[in-house]
Design a protein. Sequence first.
Length: 105
Amino acid sequence: MAKSSNASNFHTVYQNVTTQHWHPSSERYAGGDHLMTAIDKGWKVEKCVLVRHWYAGMRSVVVYEFNLKRDSNTMMMPVIDNPYIGRFIEESDIELIVSDNAKIQ
């Protein structure tokens, strides 16, 4: 399990990143600002899975599936890869699980 993170530790790239609410019925994928908002609102990362969505077997997009928990509530937030999220995972010491489909084909 990852050590405790504070969203304010990661404000060096995004401005005002803790006001961007996300809900799976409004958008298929979340951005780093949505993840930071959730963490600021008390959600904790329980697990993070790296998945790769392949298009026509040649192009891919990397997505991190963050499994979050707050009190008795849970949610999975798919966040599109970017350098900010990569740094957040590394600096928060989050264990990253690489799914089978994430491997280069």
